[in-house]
Design a protein. Structure first.
Length: 219
């Protein structure tokens, strides 16, 4: 089974980090990681998402040629999800979308901790569009840029943990890590907070496997 993680931004280190998480989660799958070199260095807000789209779409013929079974958009904003689903030869899911489904399966409600304020309206729009408004208690911006999250200095992780704990105090039974760059820090943040944390990369890997199995039985 071949799962493609397509990173809408141009930062190779983020692609590599996501792929490492996915491979550790599902070692038996053939996990590919592609970087959109025509995208911005990070997706922070709607303008960055719009700037990434053409480069993402241009990778679809290559994905078809590689015969990938599922494409995962490796950005929590689910950048270009509807556009790619309309054009791709196979199912396309987003790590944000996957996290919402998984959070709902694992808890009665959820909260999202993300990066900057500019990302909040995009995520809130996705939550509404995908039908998760009711169980979502809110989206909290940590004020930390994407690339700083990816780097994960101790003070950055402390601030994320603080935001996660405050979301739990507001009543969220599951907390979603609202950035692909947080994926590598899942274990540390889980240990620091002692809470149920949902990482979209792990969620998408598990759901992609399930979708691939469904397709195999359908053929």
């Amino acid at each position: 089974m071949k799962i493609l993680f397509l990173n809408p931004n141009s930062t190779e280190a983020m692609t590599e980090s996501v792929v490492a998480t996915a491979r550790a989660t599902l070692p038996e799958a053939d996990i590919l990681g592609w970087t959109n070199h025509d995208g911005p260095p990070a997706i922070q807000g709607p303008e960055d998402g719009a700037a990434a789209l053409a480069g993402q779409m241009a990778l679809l013929p290559k994905a078809r040629a590689e015969r990938v079974d599922v494409i995962v958009i490796a950005c929590f904003d689910d950048t270009g999800l509807s556009e790619m689903r309309a054009e791709a030869h196979c199912p396309v899911i987003g790590i944000g979308q996957s996290a919402y489904h998984m959070a709902l399966l694992m808890g009665q409600n959820f909260g999202v901790v993300t990066t900057l304020d500019v990302s909040v309206p995009v995520i809130e729009g996705n939550i509404q569009q995908q039908g998760f408004s009711e169980p979502c208690l809110g989206v909290k911006a940590s004020g930390i840029p994407v690339l700083d999250v990816e780097e994960g200095r101790p003070e950055v992780l402390d601030r994320l943990a603080e935001n996660i704990r405050s979301m739990a105090e507001e009543g969220a039974s599951a907390i979603i890590l609202g950035c692909a760059g947080m994926s590598a820090h899942h274990a540390v943040l889980s240990a620091q907070t002692g809470l149920v944390l949902i990482d979209g990369v792990r969620a998408a890997t598990a759901l992609a496997q399930a979708m691939g199995l469904m397709q195999q039985h359908a053929h």
